[in-house]
Design a protein around this ligand. Structure first.
Ligand code: G6P
Length: 608
């Protein structure tokens, strides 16, 4: 989704802004622009398409001089991805430049009001009202103008703002959309995400809800929405800078798939003490765990798919009723929540607007909210009652892989903990689950060693038009994610179906040569899935099966088989998803697509 970078200091701003924006490209965008103050006026360059275009237009930033500026990568919401609609936007006089992430929900009425006062607009965006509203309120005090503007607008925002008559200052403000700032000897920075700043500083400040920041070349001050000063603590970013680089891999996605053994290990290790699972950050006594009435798991996209697996694991292992909801549905469906329910929200970015709102709905209902989040210090992490971090490090590719794997194991750990405390599993069973958990990283490694076989198969099916993924129970949850991986990066139409449901409609779409990926890891359901494989085969399907080593009954009825090593039934997703992620990746590579930046998608969706 949109990215913001701003700089003010002793160095030329444009190259720093371009470099920062390049680190945010992974978030997904369709146009880019920047505004730099040259000592007299604000100069703006914007272009539809990739950042490369902006780099060319400005000769790597050399053509646009000045020591203060703001830049933006835009993911179109209001208006086409054209250069007119790209940010920054200026007031009519060209004296105030604004970049914006989020949506100004009342922009139509504000536009009407401003038009009546004589203001005119050049773009179709909601954002353009902001520089004009600032202009309307500006009487020489930027803080006052920003404060008044924030009081007038509804929606979500993070802003980077420069005023031509305040050459030594850069302003930022945010609500419901992330923004951080940082400082080094050369100047101060703002950015919507950590990777943009890693090269310059590791000490950052998180701008809070409805807070304003004023940056000069060597200072950062914070104010609340009423312009009263506030104190803020610096946070040290511990990410390894190379984690946000490709390090020789062709794409971030394949690099991140290769990081899965480490990610899984890093997420499990701190929570295993001897033969027990200890999740300190859960902050719940055994009594409180016993009292939990039901669990709601709420998330979007792949995180939701991890939640679907979580339901099977929690219900199977701990016998607690679990509802899994898509966050955008949960927040509006007036869910029946009880104070004894535990709500688990899952999010890689910690910034997904729907998930964040679902969290608020749950808190309002008096539920305890546990967040499983990857990005440290993100909004969801800060708003939840408790946070269980997945230790996947920065995930750059839009299609999630390692963060999803980390979410799965976080859920397994929780389920084991709950099952044990609630007397559903014995000490020995817990020990056995822990042994299986510890084996997962090596088993994933083993599966990665098989990538050529998957690449070979993907090349064969690179021209596929429709693909169906089927499975039962946890295998259905795996199918959901396998199907999403394929469609989001290779643009092949693909659907996941509960294997038993296929015959209630979808089977009419199966014809000669249609690829059906059958996931069959759940031993008690194998015979049933085998019947479904036979059903589709007899209608002409070509079946790729993902099943357990030694599963001859599945092998006998399928056309091509990928085996996963032996694990217990609950953890099969962590293994079966690896070949499916690789399959999606290699089909996308084979079709020549931009794997890390799939069209129309964004890494972190901070709007509804
Ligand atoms: C976007 C991404 C998906 C991701 C989903 C949830 O749609 O493209 O890959 O699964 O958001 O993101 P989150 O950061 O909340 O896990």
């Amino acid at each position: 989704m949109c990215g913001i970078v701003g700089f003010i200091g002793k160095k030329q701003a444009a190259p720093i802004i371009l470099d920062g924006l390049s680190k945010l490209e992974y978030r997904g965008y369709d146009s880019a622009g920047m505004a730099v103050f040259d000592g007299e006026k604000i100069n703006v360059v914007k272009a539809a398409g990739k950042l490369k275009r902006l780099v060319e237009l400005t000769h790597d930033g050399a053509e646009i001089k000045g020591f203060a500026g703001v830049g933006h990568t835009r993911w179109a919401t209001h208006g086409q991805p054209t250069s007119e609609n790209a940010h920054p936007h200026l007031n009519g006089k060209g004296t105030i430049a604004v970049v914006h992430n989020g949506i100004i929900e009342n922009y139509i009425s504000l536009k009407k009001m401003l038009t009546k006062k004589g203001y005119s607009f050049k773009s179709e965006t909601d954002t353009e009202v902001i520089p004009n509203l600032l202009d309307y309120y500006y009487k020489g005090d930027p803080l006052e103008a920003i404060q008044k503007t924030l009081h007038r607008i509804e929606g979500s925002y993070s802003f980077g703002i420069i005023f031509a008559d305040r050459p030594g200052e850069l302003y930022a403000a945010r609500k419901a959309s992330p923004l951080i700032c940082g400082k080094n000897d050369e100047g101060t920075f703002i950015a919507s995400d950590v990777p943009a700043l890693l090269k310059y500083t590791r000490r950052v400040y998180y701008i809070g809800e409805e807070e304003i920041a004023r940056l000069t070349e060597n200072s950062i001050e914070f104010f609340d929405v009423d312009a009263s000063p506030i104190e803020k603590e610096e946070v040290e970013i511990k990410w390894d800078a190379s984690a946000a680089e490709k390090s020789g891999y062709e794409h971030f996605m394949i690099k991140e798939i290769y990081e899965e053994p480490k990610t899984v290990k890093d997420t499990i290790r701190p929570r295993i003490k001897g033969n027990t699972v200890e999740i300190e950050e859960l902050g719940m006594t055994d009594e409180e765990i016993k009292e939990v009435g039901g669990i709601f798991i709420v998330a979007c996209g792949s995180a939701y798919h991890a939640g679907v697996t979580g339901k099977y694991v929690f219900e199977g292992m701990a016998r607690i009723p679990v509802n899994v909801d898509i966050a955008s549905e949960f927040r509006y469906r007036n869910p029946i929540l009880n104070e004894k329910d535990l709500v688990i929200v899952i999010s890689q970015s910690g910034e997904t607007a729907d998930t964040k709102e679902a969290l608020r709905v749950a808190k309002q209902a008096g539920c305890k909210v546990l967040a499983i989040v990857n990005v440290v210090g993100s909004s969801i992490a800060r708003e939840a009652d408790k946070v269980m971090y997945t230790w996947a490090g920065p995930e750059i590719s839009v299609a999630t892989t390692k963060a999803y794997s980390a979410q799965l194991v976080a859920l397994y750990l929780l389920a084991i903990k709950f099952a044990h405390v609630r007397g559903r599993i014995t000490d020995d069973e817990m020990t056995s689950y822990i042994q299986d958990l510890k084996k997962l990283p090596d088993q994933i490694e083993l599966l990665l060693g098989n990538r050529e076989k998957i690449q070979h198969f993907a090349n064969r099916y690179v021209a596929a038009k429709d693909v169906f993924f089927i499975g039962r129970g946890i295998d259905y949850a795996i199918s959901l994610e396998g199907s999403l991986k394929l469609k989001e990066i290779s643009y092949v139409h693909s659907e996941a179906y509960a294997a038993g449901e296929l015959k209630h409609g979808t089977i009419s779409l199966i014809e000669d040569g249609t690829l059906v990926v059958a996931v069959a890891t759940q031993k008690d359901l194998l015979a049933k899935t085998v019947s479904n494989i036979v059903e589709v085969k007899s209608r002409g399907a070509f079946v790729l099966a993902v099943t357990n080593v030694g599963s001859t009954e599945v092998e006998n009825v399928s056309d091509y088989v990928l085996f996963i090593p032996e694990t217990n039934r609950y953890f099969a997703n962590s293994l079966a998803i690896i070949p499916l992620q690789l399959f999606g990746y290699y089909v996308s590579v084979g079709r020549g697509y931009d794997v890390d930046h799939p069209r129309n998608l964004a890494k972190s969706v901070t709007v509804e």
